[in-house]
Design a protein around this ligand. Structure first.
Ligand code: URA
Ligand code: SF4
Length: 218
């Protein structure tokens, strides 16, 4: 059988673009089918030169409506944890592995669905463009989708979380839990414990950054 060519965002990415130009270009992307049902593409937020990049999975329901990453409940938890870890939020760029919300409709609710490996691969050029403009020192993968996109499909967060791995696209990649997975834990004790571990991982990120910058604060 002839092989179907892999889909890719590549043709929509303007060469040499800055973040604002990339953000307007992503609105036209048809690199995979996820643009068809989502309200809009959600690009990353933050400034070029941010030392830390946080990589989620995909925009959620709120993000899809507002057009900004991590503005819903998961984003609130992330902000609180960044604050608790002593990381300066203005030095953080946040984005997602795929830029369109993938969901199924159940009555009035839109239920998040995991992006597939071909969708993640199709969207990756946007992430590479963001990395080459922002040039962070540490990329923090939030959850398995981000970690597997950056570190390969055999990567297991449960086993490797908190480790710092050198990477061809960024000085260090590390991974931790996804804020949404913490919010979904029903028992308060376990949820608080997972939140505490999440903050602990972010403290490690701050310390790594301080080490890389020779003692200057993150
Ligand atoms: N979850 C994500 O992975 N990204 C967002 O932007 C919001 C929720
Ligand atoms: Fe393009 Fe990524 Fe959206 Fe697919 S998910 S249409 S590749 S921006």
């Amino acid at each position: 059988m002839p092989k179907v060519p892999a889909r890719s965002a590549e043709p929509w990415i303007p060469a040499g673009a800055n973040l604002a130009q990339l953000e307007s270009a992503v609105r036209n992307c048809e690199g995979c089918d996820l643009y068809r049902h989502a309200t809009q593409a959600v690009f990353g937020a933050g400034r070029a030169g941010a030392r830390i990049m946080m990589l989620g999975e995909q925009p959620g329901d709120r993000e899809d409506v507002e057009g900004k990453p991590f503005v819903g409940p998961a984003g609130k938890l992330l902000d609180r944890a960044l604050n608790a870890s002593g990381i300066d939020r203005t030095g953080v760029y946040v984005t997602n592995t795929v830029k369109h919300f993938k969901f199924v409709e159940r009555g009035k609710r839109r239920i998040h669905q995991k992006p597939t490996a071909p969708e993640i691969a199709a969207c990756r050029p946007w992430l590479e463009a963001e990395l080459s403009v922002v040039r962070p020192l540490v990329l923090v993968c939030l959850g398995a989708t981000a970690a597997q996109a950056m570190l390969g499909r055999n990567f297991r967060i449960t086993r490797e979380r908190g480790r710092f791995v050198e990477h061809p696209l960024v000085r260090y990649v590390t991974s931790t839990a996804h804020p949404s997975s913490i919010l979904r834990i029903p028992e308060p004790d376990r949820r608080h414990e997972e939140y505490r571990l999440f903050v602990e991982d972010l403290v490690q990120v701050r310390e790594k950054l301080e080490e890389l910058q020779g003692g200057r604060s993150a």
